[in-house]
Design a protein around this ligand. Structure first.
Ligand code: PMP
Length: 363
C-alpha cells in the first residue's frame, strides 16, 4: 500500500529532490557551495517577495523563531504575543525563556486574531517593543489576516518590530513581506518548500538590523550577524545540512518554473478540495471559513467517533497519514496537511478514504 503523507510537515518531496539529497558531500567552505548558497538565497528572496536580507540556517522552525527573538530583543523588553493556537503560544514561550516580558493576546482557537484588538493592546502599553504573530496557525488550520493586522499595528506604532512565524505559509500562501512592512519572517524547509526538514529561513529587514545593534539577549548559534558575515563569503557560520541544500537546488527550480502566483493558486484549489470534501461527508471545519488555511485543514471529529482510532484506521487500512489535534484538541480534531508538493488528487484520496473509514467507526 502506498502512503499518502498528509500531515502539515514534514511534507512529501519529489523523487528527484530526494535523489539530489543523496549526492556525495562537498566542501561547505569551497566554491561549489558558495555558488549554490548565493543562487538559492537570491531565488528564495524572489519567491518570498522580499528585498530584505535572507539567511538559510540549519535548524527546524523553532530554531528560526528563536533567531527572530534573540537577534532583536533584550531581557526585560516588553513584547505582545498574538496567539491563536499552539504555535502562537510557543513564540511567546521562547521570548519568555530569554527574559522578555510577554503580554499574551490570546484569541479563540479556530478564529483569526482581531486586528483592532491588537491595536488596542498596543495603545494600552506604549512601552511594547515588538509584536510576535503567527501567519498560519498550523494547530487550528487558521490563516491570520496578517495584512490587516500589520496595518493596524503600524497605525498605532509605526516603528514597532513585527516578528512573524510564517513557517507553514511562506511560499504557499501570499505573504508580501515588504509591502506589509514586516521586520522578521521565518519559515522552515519541510513545509512549503518540497525538501526534507533541516533548514530554517530568516528574512531580516532594516528595522530588525537596527534592533540587532542593541539586542542583548544571549545568542550564539542563531546570531544573524555571523550569518551575514559568512554569507558574504558564500558560507554559513556553522556546518550546514549540505544534503538538504542539494535538494533545495532542484525544488527551487521547480517552484520557479511554476511561478509564485500559480503556487498560491494551486494551494487554494487543493484546500478547496479538502474543505468541500469534508463538508460533503457532513463534517465540519474547526476553523472559521473566513480564515480557513490553504495549507492545512482542521476538521472536527464527529460526535460518537473516536478521533484517535480514526487516525489509526486511516493509516492502517487506507495508507493515509493524518495529523491529530494537539494539546487540548487531541482526539477532538484531525488535520489534513496540504502544502508543498501536493495536488488535488492527493487530497481527494483522503476524502475518499474518510468516506469508507468513518462508517466503520460508527458515523
Ligand atoms: N510554527 C508553526 C506555525 C509550525 O507549523 C511549526 C511546525 N509544525 C512550528 C512553528 C515548529 O517548527 P519545527 O517543528 O520545525 O520546529
Amino acid at each position: 500500500m502506498s502512503v499518502n503523507l498528509r500531515i502539515p510537515g514534514p511534507t512529501p518531496c519529489p523523487e528527484d529532490v530526494l535523489e539530489a539529497c543523496g549526492r556525495q558531500m562537498i566542501n561547505h567552505r569551497g566554491p561549489e557551495f558558495a555558488e549554490m548558497i548565493a543562487r538559492q538565497t537570491s531565488k528564495l528572496q524572489k519567491l518570498c517577495q522580499t528585498k530584505h536580507d535572507f539567511y538559510i540556517m540549519t535548524t527546524s522552525g523553532t530554531g528560526v523563531m528563536e533567531a527572530a527573538i534573540v537577534n532583536t530583543l533584550s531581557p526585560g523588553d516588553k513584547v505582545l504575543n498574538v496567539s491563536v493556537g499552539v504555535f502562537g503560544d510557543r513564540f511567546g514561550q521562547i521570548a519568555e525563556a530569554y527574559g522578555a516580558k510577554v503580554t499574551s493576546l490570546k484569541g479563540e482557537w479556530g478564529k483569526g486574531a482581531d486586528p483592532e484588538e491588537v491595536a488596542r493592546a498596543l495603545e494600552a502599553d506604549r512601552e511594547l517593543k515588538a509584536v510576535l504573530v503567527t501567519h498560519n496557525e498550523t494547530s487550528t488550520g487558521v490563516t491570520n489576516k496578517l495584512g490587516e493586522i500589520a496595518k493596524a499595528i503600524r497605525r498605532v506604532r509605526p516603528d514597532i518590530l513585527i516578528l512573524v512565524d510564517a513557517i507553514s505559509s511562506l511560499g504557499a500562501i501570499a505573504l508580501p513581506i515588504d509591502e506589509w512592512d514586516l521586520d522578521v519572517v521565518v519559515t522552515a524547509s519541510q513545509k512549503g518548500w518540497m525538501v526534507p526538514p533541516a533548514l530554517g529561513f530568516v528574512v531580516f529587514g532594516p528595522r530588525a538590523w537596527q534592533a540587532y545593534e542593541k539586542a542583548a539577549m544571549p545568542r550564539f548559534y542563531f546570531d544573524v550577524g555571523k550569518a551575514k558575515d559568512y554569507l558574504q563569503r558564500g558560507q554559513t557560520a556553522w556546518t550546514p545540512a549540505v544534503s538538504v541544500f542539494f535538494g533545495l537546488e532542484l525544488a527551487l527550480d521547480k517552484l520557479e518554473a511554476e511561478g509564485i502566483e500559480n503556487i498560491f493558486a494551486r494551494h487554494h484549489r487543493v484546500a478547496e478540495v479538502a474543505r468541500q470534501g469534508v463538508k460533503s461527508l457532513g463534517l465540519e471545519l474547526f476553523s472559521d471559513e473566513s480564515v480557513a488555511s490553504d495549507t492545512v485543514s482542521a476538521v472536527k471529529v464527529p460526535e460518537g467517533v473516536d478521533g484517535v482510532k480514526l487516525v489509526k484506521v486511516m493509516r492502517e487500512e487506507h495508507g493515509v497519514v493524518l495529523a491529530g489535534g494537539q494539546t487540548t484538541l487531541a482526539g477532538k480534531i484531525f488535520r489534513i496537511g496540504h502544502l508543498g508538493w501536493v495536488f488535488e488528487a492527493d487530497v481527494q484520496a483522503v476524502i475518499d478514504a474518510l468516506r469508507v473509514a468513518l462508517p466503520k467507526l460508527g458515523y
